[in-house]
Design a protein around this ligand. Structure first.
Ligand code: C5P
Length: 329
């Protein structure tokens, strides 16, 4: 397997040197069609439920969470370079470093298949950072999937899952996206039928002006806020049956402690409700809150009201990317 991939890579690097009559021509042609530039979108997510079941011996927590991708996305452009480095240029300078998960994802793929091809990653951020919307995890999954398609790599689903899990607990979900129940650390992903309630057709995502460390929120969660997986199972069952879940099952174990610890988030929730949101929930470990609307006009009215109060608010919707949105030029 390695040999084949190395050969494809040699051909990519040497594509102008290889004779049309060379025995490796078919590989060269394949490489040529895959070009030097690749774009991919990385979508954000919200958590419809997030049940924290308990702390594990390895320091992580067991979860049951229903996640849904939404159409707020980062854009990633990958360009083949002449050297063997992985470089990153990001519209947020504070993210332009080797710790960024996109750089780690590219290194991981290259190491796994002993690939030396260099790549420049340009990352146009739209998803707020450290916000509970999974932006960094989604970027990482998008890079793995884009490299796989662009470079035509032979990676099995379990290879992809291994790499994704080693990058972060939310990364496996983003390999497929859509609507899914995620369990374990987050890496056991079960796709749900792509049903979405009409009453939640439009989503406002409000990002309070603070960043929250996921690790800190987990650390500060009292055991009294642990739950079992009842909410996540009930919501999964309802959605699979094409029914609107019960409001009380849209439960996030972190909401009580995050609202208590961060007054900005509690204030934002109150302001959303006051402006007319039917209900409001925390996404992930926050601080982003989401509110559903059935009518676009109502969502827009509430968005404008909140924006006039100085809030960062996105009007979004659930999205089910059927195929990975990779464009090769
Ligand atoms: O997996 P990831 O690196 O995204 O997790 C960030 C931090 O969140 C972990 O270091 C851990 O403190 C916490 N976490 C957890 N249990 C999970 C997922 C994350 O305790 N299932």
């Amino acid at each position: 397997m390695h040999w084949t991939n190395d050969l494809i890579f040699l051909c990519m690097l040497d594509k102008y040197l290889i004779s049309m009559h060379n025995a490796r021509m078919s590989h060269a042609q394949r490489a040529r069609t895959s070009s030097d530039v690749c774009f991919v979108r990385a979508y954000a997510k919200i958590n419809l439920t997030l049940d924290v079941l308990g702390r594990r011996a390895d320091g992580y927590h067991d979860l049951a969470t229903v996640m849904q991708t939404v159409d707020l996305y980062d854009t990633i452009c990958l360009t083949a370079t002449e050297d063997s480095r992985v470089q990153l240029a990001c519209t947020k300078p504070e993210l332009s470093n080797g710790d960024n998960l996109v750089v780690q994802a590219a290194h991981l793929v290259r190491q796994r298949l002993a690939i030396r091809q260099g790549v420049l990653i340009e990352l146009h951020k739209h998803i707020p950072m450290a916000a509970g919307l999974g932006g960094g995890s989604s970027d990482a999954a998008a890079v793995i999937l884009a490299l796989q398609q662009w470079w035509r790599l032979h990676l099995s689903h379990s290879d992809l899952l291994d790499m994704a899990t080693s990058l972060g607990s939310d990364v496996p979900f983003f390999l497929t996206g859509g609507l899914a129940l995620c369990e374990g650390r987050g890496e056991r992903v079960t796709a749900l039928a792509p049903y979405w309630p009409r009453s939640m057709r439009w989503l406002l995502l409000l990002k309070p002006a603070i960043s929250i460390s996921t690790a800190a929120v987990f650390r500060n969660l009292p055991a009294s806020d642990y739950s079992d997986d009842t909410h996540s199972r009930a919501v999964s069952r309802a959605l699979n049956a094409g029914q609107t879940p019960q409001l009380e099952d849209l439960h996030n174990s972190f909401e009580r402690s995050v609202l208590g610890r961060y007054p900005e988030v509690a204030r934002a929730k109150g302001d959303l409700l006051q402006a007319g949101a039917p209900f409001v929930r925390l996404s992930g470990t926050g601080p982003t809150l989401y509110a559903p609307f059935s009518e676009l006009a109502n969502a827009q009215k509430v968005q404008e009201q909140l924006q006039s109060q100085g809030y960062e608010v996105y009007l979004s919707r659930a999205i089910h990317p059927n195929v990975v949105d990779v464009n090769v030029y």
